[in-house]
Design a protein around this ligand. Sequence first.
Ligand code: FES
Length: 140
Amino acid sequence: METMQASNSVSVVVCAAENLQPGQRKIAVVDGVEIAILNVDGELYAFRNRCPHQGVEMIYGTVSGTMLPSDPGEYIYGCDNQIVSCPLHGWEFDMKTGKSLFSSKVSVGNYEIQEIDGSIVLKVKREPKSVSLKNFRCSH
Ligand code: FES
């Protein structure tokens, strides 16, 4: 796969944008680290494919919103399509920041990702020795 060096990060081309349509998911493996990549209604998200609780694969998590802080008796739903839940015990993470909803100290570890010139481009800290896509089955 193609890489490009920037000042403090390296851009890695994961796949062609046409291969990650809205609703589709990929797992990139960068130097052995699995990264879940999601296209949710055109928004791209990338985070570690490993729940910090017990290591379950986050690629199988459900994407939804969450109940926002509110007054007693009030119920306000928000952050729709921005929250991923761990498929095992349901820990929830904000895909924009990688942080869990219950503690700023717990994070699934997210990555910068964008579409550039028809390619899905992931930013990593250093030049990887290996980059590949992992096959998986997902009903999402
Ligand atoms: S393994 Fe993810 S919440 Fe338990």
